[in-house]
Design a protein around this ligand. Structure first.
Ligand SMILES: Nc1ncnc2c1ncn2[C@@H]1O[C@H](COP(=O)(O)OP(=O)(O)OP(=O)(O)O)[C@@H](O)[C@H]1O
Ligand SMILES: [Mg+2]
Length: 326
């Protein structure tokens, strides 16, 4: 089993909580920890590179917590500094020019979960207020002296270099200490290559496609600096490029070759390699015929396939398995 399904948030009986896919020991351990943490009322801190699944975990934590209230989320990086405090803590009409009466997102999360994404983007004044809220359990709208009691669970996500922001004074150490008691550090995809095929297969299935087993080797050659999000897009593109239901290594390689080099992603499958893969597929992985088709020796073909992490013999065998299953 490599999937943990959230239990709450159902629409028409269907769970809207995205499943956490992965079977690597690191991910299993994290999902188990997350489930245990979810049952408490402590703040939970998610740390990880972009695309590692911080939002997926936040949604599952809310579901596992079985709280009656809603999951309210706010991306602190998506709003201008002067608006964010009002959004979060609420405002009273007249507290500043144009301010209206609003209860704020903290109050909306009453009995539920408040997910603050990119918390490191919250201005320092807001950080001080958030810390006070966590200590006292009371929220004060802007322009309103009356404190109101509120009960919610905080889940916060920060980027992995939070230490540097604390050192530079951009993120308050006291707030960090208050929320870092229950921290989940999400691993990059490169740290768990054994999950690549499982994730890729899941994304392919959602596009109505199936992955050729030889795709595993091609996936393992990639660096995946954009983590699971990058993998998801690569598979979605491959589904568009695929002629039939099957995503072959050639189709996958083509999809990976489209990836923008400008983003600094290391591409291991360059367009010149595609002719090798295409010839192999055209000749059903018969090495001698593929080499002859390309006008190269079998040794050269073998070397070029090896550089891609592939072997004609293994791919041929796997193709037979796939076609016998189909
Ligand atoms: N373990 C996982 N299982 C299934 N899907 C995942 C998993 N991790 C990430 N994803 C998918 O990858 C994409 C990125 O995940 P998510 O938005 O949770 O990442 P993030 O850490 O919040 O990224 P960012 O820092 O860029 O906001 C989403 O489409 C999500 O569904
Ligand atoms: Mg996110």
């Amino acid at each position: 089993m490599g999937t943990w399904d959230g239990v709450g948030d159902k629409v028409n009986g269907i769970s809207v909580v995205p499943p956490i896919i992965g079977n690597s020991p690191t991910l299993r351990r994290l999902a188990d920890l997350a489930r245990r943490f979810a049952g408490t009322s402590h703040p939970i801190l998610l740390v990880g590179e972009t695309g590692t699944g911080k939002e997926v975990f936040a949604r599952n934590i809310h579901a596992w917590s079985r709280r009656r209230g809603r999951l309210v989320d706010l991306n602190c990086g998506a709003f201008p500094a002067e608006l964010i405090e009002g959004l979060l803590f609420g405002t009273r009409r007249g507290s500043y020019t144009g301010a209206v009466d609003s209860r704020g997102l903290v109050a909306a999360a009453q009995g539920g979960t408040l997910f603050l994404d990119e918390l490191h983007c919250l201005p320092v004044a807001g950080q001080v207020k958030l810390l006070r809220l966590l200590e006292t359990g009371e929220v004060q709208r802007l322009g309103d002296q009356r404190p109101r009691r509120v009960r919610f669970r905080l889940v916060a996500a920060v980027q992995e270099d939070i230490g540097a922001l604390i050192a530079s004074g951009d993120f308050r150490r006291d707030l960090f200490q208050r929320i870092a008691g229950y921290v989940l550090e999400l691993p990059s995809l490169a740290e768990r290559p054994e999950d690549l095929m499982l994730l890729a297969g899941h994304f392919a299935e959602r596009e109505g496609r199936e992955l050729h087993p030889a795709c595993d080797r091609v996936l393992r050659q990639q660096t995946w600096s954009g983590n699971v999000r990058e993998l998801k897009f690569a598979i979605q593109r491959a589904a568009v490029l695929a002629e039939g239901e099957l995503i072959t290594p050639v189709v996958l390689a083509k999809s990976l070759a489209i990836m923008p080099a400008a983003l600094g992603m290391r591409r291991l499958v360059f367009p010149p390699d595609l002719d090798v893969l295409e010839a192999c597929e055209a000749h059903r992985w018969h090495a001698q015929r593929a080499a002859a088709g390309l006008g190269i020796s079998r040794i050269t073909l073998w070397r070029r396939l090896q550089a891609l992490g592939l072997s004609a013999r293994a791919a041929k065998k796997q193709s037979r398995i796939v076609s016998s299953v189909a």
